[in-house]
Design a protein around this ligand. Structure first.
Ligand code: PNS
Length: 159
């Protein structure tokens, strides 16, 4: 059974994340989308809200589950019996951070392989940070956030 973890902050989930979920789903038997509990980082949406939004998007896809995790990613991945970590890379600027993280995770758990996937080019400038910024100023989120969640995200960010 091939299992992958797709970890992240997902604050909030974007069309870019959703693109990666759909690509990763095709590669494995089980995909676990995992939201990090990160007390060191202030977030716009609570972990519970982020998990709920991702679950709504994923719907009844049998091979995809959504959960949250604390602590080291490699420990969580092992607890799930995963062999792969999936990360999306949008542009060259993502690469240094991702490369460093992948190599460190490999040092911590050599049996886990990090797999990088590219979202559609039209999502290469899409990030949760920009969604938060544009949403908080009442901007249009239609190219940024999945339609099913757009109104909710816009209302929360506009507050
Ligand atoms: O969406 P993000 O914020 O880029 O995701 C970063 C994430 C959650 C993948 C990363 O911060 C992480 O794995 N954190 C868990 C703690 C950990 O394992 N740290 C060591 C990484 S080398």
């Amino acid at each position: 059974m091939r299992t992958a973890i797709y970890p992240g902050s997902f604050d909030p989930v974007t069309l870019g994340h959703w693109d990666i979920i759909q690509r990763a789903e095709k590669l494995v038997d089980k995909l676990v989308v995992a939201v990090l509990h990160n007390p060191a980082k202030t977030s716009a949406f609570s972990v519970e809200e982020r998990v709920a939004m991702l679950r709504e998007l994923v719907g009844d896809r049998p091979s995809v589950t959504v959960t949250s995790f604390h602590g080291l990613l490699v420990d969580f991945a092992k607890s799930q019996g995963a062999q792969f970590i999936v990360r999306g890379v949008r542009a060259f600027s993502d690469f240094e951070y991702e490369f460093q993280m992948a190599l460190m995770n490999r040092k911590l758990a050599p049996e886990l392989e990090t797999v990088f996937l590219m979202p559609k080019e039209k999502y290469s400038a899409v990030s949760s940070r920009l969604v938060r910024e544009i949403g908080s100023m009442g901007g249009n989120l239609s190219e940024l956030v999945p339609e099913a969640l757009r109104e909710r995200v816009a209302q929360r960010l506009a507050k």
